[in-house]
Design a binder for this molecule. Structure first.
Ligand SMILES: [Mg+2]
Length: 252
């Protein structure tokens, strides 16, 4: 059976392990903090307000818990007109430290999938966020040995993917990316001519929402769990060896 992919890459957060729920819990903590200062916001209002600050801050601080924490502090000062106390700000810093050390819970089926796929080709983790935090999450996930390559990047744009593929000498058409974010894991890869498998997560940060790619039916796949990735790769390999078999018999 012919190999279709020279490189298969996975996103980490909310693709291999839980992540967004920890941000949701942190926003809830933030909401009760505001409540104590007399600011009543519901869950959606808190998410919208904090996300607005976070998105404006991406160009300064990038993605990850540190950036999130600075955005919480900035939002707290703004929405309370400076009435938030230093103790309350300190509790936000403490909250961030807790997030950095949270236990990593890997999704069902991840370990078996990585074990199967890593036998026949190199796997790569491509994750964005704080360098220290992302590296520590991978280590604590126990999945490190399945990945031949790890790329921790500050953003996932077409040019970032292009640089990675060039560095490893990979043709985009022989690259498969798997992830839970249409915006970060799927669209840039499709744009480069790569293949992408989208696995929606139960919880998603609103900033990562995007429309599914149009007109790339043979390069875009939606799966319901990581456990389906090995089956997808097998199907694509079977299709490709049937196609090359047809080409050969036409040559006769
Ligand atoms: Mg993700």
């Amino acid at each position: 059976m012919g190999s279709v992919f020279d490189l298969i890459a996975f996103d980490g957060d909310d693709t291999l392990w839980h992540n967004e729920r920890s941000y949701r819990d942190a926003r809830e903590h933030f909401r009760s903090l505001l409540n104590r200062v007399g600011i009543e916001l519901d869950v959606d209002q808190v998410e919208a307000t904090v996300t607005r600050t976070e998105v404006a801050n991406i160009r300064y601080f990038g993605y990850g818990v540190s950036s999130f924490t600075l955005s919480l502090i900035e939002t707290a000062v703004d929405v309370t007109d400076g009435r938030v106390t230093s103790d309350e700000l300190r509790s936000l810093v403490q909250l961030a430290k807790g997030m950095m050390n949270e236990e990593i819970e890997v999704f069902d089926g991840v370990r078996d999938t990585l074990a199967t796929l890593s036998k026949s080709r190199p796997l790569m983790l491509i994750t964005k966020g704080d360098l220290l935090h992302q590296a520590s999450k991978l280590e604590r996930s126990g999945l490190q040995d399945y990945f031949q390559h790890v790329e921790i990047v500050s953003d996932k744009t077409p040019s970032v993917y292009q640089r990675i593929l060039s560095r490893y000498g990979i043709d985009p058409s022989r690259f498969l990316m798997i992830g839970n974010s249409l915006r970060s894991d799927i669209l840039p890869v499709i744009e480069l001519g790569g293949v992408a498998a989208y696995i929606p997560a139960a919880l998603n940060w609103v900033h990562e929402h995007a429309d599914a790619p149009a007109g790339a039916h043979d390069r875009f796949f939606e799966l319901s769990s990581v456990a389906e990735v090995a089956g997808l790769v097998k199907r694509l390999e079977a299709m490709s060896s049937r196609a090359s078999g047809l080409l050969e018999s036409n040559d006769d």
